[in-house]
Design a protein. Structure first.
Length: 150
């Protein structure tokens, strides 16, 4: 196992833990902080994939703006979250059904990986071009120029 694979496993393990704690934390402030941790871990996974623009955008947009605003709103409002949790057991069968459906779809997707299903796009970058450079080229030539001309 190389260093990148090891880092991927570390980041994804922390990401799964943080995502699990977001939905299981009793204190909403703690849930928001775990969500910030999950966003940072997702950004690190994007960095490992050499998608630097997406990683920085995730940190700046979600962590820097949306999550901080949400954290301040949650801390300022005095919401009775115990009353909101009263219907948990009533909706558990529906939630379990949706979770099983999603797990089944993920299992099908993982099993189909062995079938060599590859998604290619017309503007797929060459192996020597970085993702950021190709993304910028696509955004500012294929998508932005026709929009400006219209």
């Amino acid at each position: 196992m190389d260093v990148k694979t090891g880092l991927f496993y570390v980041f994804s393990t922390v990401l799964l833990f943080a995502a699990f704690r977001v939905i299981t934390a009793r204190n909403p402030v703690h849930a928001v902080l775990y969500l910030v941790l999950a966003f940072f871990q997702a950004a690190m996974v994007w960095m490992l994939l050499k998608a630097e623009f997406l990683s920085i955008a995730l940190v700046l947009v979600y962590v820097g703006a949306v999550m901080v605003l949400f954290l301040f709103v949650v801390m300022m409002l005095d919401i009775n979250f115990d009353k909101l949790r009263e219907g948990f057991w009533r909706y558990l069968p529906i939630a379990a059904t949706v979770a099983l459906l999603l797990l089944g779809q993920m299992a099908i997707l993982i099993a189909s990986k062995g079938m060599n299903l590859q998604v290619t796009s017309p503007g797929a970058p060459a192996a020597t071009v970085s993702n950021t450079k190709e993304l910028g080229r696509l955004l500012y030539t294929d998508y932005l120029l026709p929009f400006e001309l219209a």
